[in-house]
Ligand binder design. Sequence first.
Ligand SMILES: NC(=O)c1ccc[n+]([C@@H]2O[C@H](COP(=O)([O-])OP(=O)(O)OC[C@H]3O[C@@H](n4cnc5c(N)ncnc54)[C@H](OP(=O)(O)O)[C@@H]3O)[C@@H](O)[C@H]2O)c1
Length: 238
Amino acid sequence: MEKQAVVFGASGGIGGAIVTQLAADPSMARIYAGSRRPSASADAKLVPFAFDLTDEASIAAAAAKVEGAVNLVFVATGLLHRPGGPSPEKALRALDGAAAAELFAINTIGPALIAKYFAPLLPRDRRGVFAALSARVGSIADNRLGGWYSYRASKAALNMLLVNLAIELRRTHPQAIVAALHPGTVDTELSAPFQRGVVPEKLFDPDRSAGYLLDILNKLTAGDSGGLFAWDGARIPY
Ligand SMILES: NC(=O)c1ccc[n+]([C@@H]2O[C@H](COP(=O)([O-])OP(=O)(O)OC[C@H]3O[C@@H](n4cnc5c(N)ncnc54)[C@H](OP(=O)(O)O)[C@@H]3O)[C@@H](O)[C@H]2O)c1
């Protein structure tokens, strides 16, 4: 049966690589590729669409345009730093309310709104996957270094939302799988200022990370729903 996927954050480093790899998959008939400023694609399989995580109506409008069930929803958006905006806090005195609120809007509330409109589009009688890029640093159990207050907290809250979604979907979509993913340290704009000290073999190019992540998603079963998984398939405790 032909499948279709929706990717949010197609303009991003990891999101772009996910779109490219899905487009190369012969079982994928259509890939809806969302970004803030979409451009036309020569690939007939790709359907670019516009959305902004801070604009709920744009997410609702995107869902209304999808025809038929969606086998994979992949949320590849996220924010760590922005010139003149959020920047990871080394200590609590660096915390800024507006910057923290922006990280929560992008990393937590935006993906929750995507789930609100797109989780109902997963098939009810077949396997379907809702995946979102989280981060290992969002694991409370794994936090030994501290710092990065707002980013860590926004990802921990995202993880909680995904667990809730997994529980809710169990009733209506028993074969659905909800997964939070840690992509590794990936060479993108998001990680660029923080790559010093990362050994080269641990700094993945986006294609490599996207390959690992799609591989993991293909192997997960409904019993795994609600978990946080690293690029190597290992389950990270919340
Ligand atoms: N790179 C890493 O090492 C690493 C490690 C752990 C976790 N992650 C997570 O992986 C995810 C993707 O990161 P990346 O490295 O691929 O970063 P990236 O290249 O900076 O991509 C971020 C994506 O988020 C989108 N985005 C930001 N604000 C948005 C908004 N208001 N509305 C719609 N889209 C918005 C960006 O769109 P625009 O192009 O329009 O700005 C872009 O597509 C993030 O959630 C990040 O936390 C990354």
